[in-house]
Design a protein around this ligand. Structure first.
Ligand code: APR
Ligand code: ZN
Length: 259
């Protein structure tokens, strides 16, 4: 790890050591080590596939074409397991520093890792929903019948094809989750951003609200973000390496002989 990274990690570790209600705001980058492709940045999905394929209009016009694209991604998502970055956030919660995780991810990995308050601003792709009758089914069931039926129909009403319970472009974020996320951002004493390009709104308002309310902003991301100028500390690197180290440093910083 380079010297400048060590210095930034030490500063972030001190901030975290003193936090009692930090909030993490996560994006696709935190799950990259779990085998899930990010959307933007190096190796991102939108470098080779149009983001339009994740819009609600595209889905409604041609659900079969949507599921053709989503078939492979769904299998990857269902097989993915939490990585050390998700686990580090669970440790921070157990240490009484982190209050909640607000995520843009639809992979459900924070919940699988064991974080207790997880706000999923963009829904959860491990479930599918019928846009007609609201019937929900595990994605794994639908995934299993894609070979015979594409697009997959609702088993209850037989109507329109099932859609992942994720928020598509052109759809609103869930109201209750959004309200809770904004409230947590107002009240946190540290905002820790991990693995997000911070370009998608309204989700990106979450770190902005925290910053405007006076909380220090720590941004851990592989590449620059538009909020870097607002950050108290920038950690440029891999979430799976930096977060466990940050947890360790935040614990060490609490011991009297290290303070
Ligand atoms: N560790 C840290 N950061 C990483 C890592 C990693 N291992 N791998 C990639 N990154 C960074 C990339 O440099 C990029 O800036 O994570 C960021 C991921 O950005 P996006 O792919 O844009 O993900 P996100 O911010 O979550 O996207 C927001 O856009 O289309 C959507 O709805 C989708 O929720 C998603 C939203
Ligand atoms: Zn239905």
């Amino acid at each position: 790890m380079a010297d400048d990274a060590s210095g930034a990690l030490a500063r972030a570790g001190e901030l975290l050591a003193n936090a009692k209600r930090a909030v993490a705001f996560t994006g696709a980058g935190i799950s990259q080590k779990s085998g899930i492709q990010t959307y933007r940045g190096k190796g991102g999905l939108w470098n080779t596939t149009s983001p339009n394929t994740s819009s609600i209009d595209f889905f409604i016009n041609d659900p079969g074409a949507y599921w053709e694209v989503a078939k492979g991604r769904g299998a990857t998502l269902l097989a993915a397991r939490p990585n050390p970055a998700h686990e580090a956030l669970v440790e921070l919660e157990r240490a009484g520093k982190l209050k909640a995780v607000i995520t843009q991810n639809v992979d459900g990995l924070h919940l699988l890792a064991g974080s207790s308050e997880v706000i999923e601003l963009h829904g959860n792709g491990r479930e599918v929903v019928c846009l007609d009758c609201g019937n929900r089914e595990p994605r794994s069931h639908v995934q299993a019948r894609l070979e015979e039926e594409l697009p997959p129909r609702c088993l209850r009403c037989g109507g329109v094809p099932m859609k992942p319970a994720a928020v598509f472009f052109g759809e609103a974020m869930p109201e209750e989750a959004t309200g809770r996320a904004f409230e947590l951002a107002e009240e946190c004493d540290l905002m820790l951003v991990v693995g997000s390009s911070l370009v998608v709104y309204p989700a990106a308002q979450v770190p902005l609200i925290a910053h405007e309310a006076g909380a220090p902003l720590v941004i851990l991301n592989a590449e620059p973000t538009p909020f870097d100028d607002l950050a108290t500390v920038i950690l440029r690197g891999q979430a799976g390496e930096f977060l466990p180290e940050l947890v360790r440093l935040s614990q060490a910083a609490r011991e009297p002989d290290n303070s």
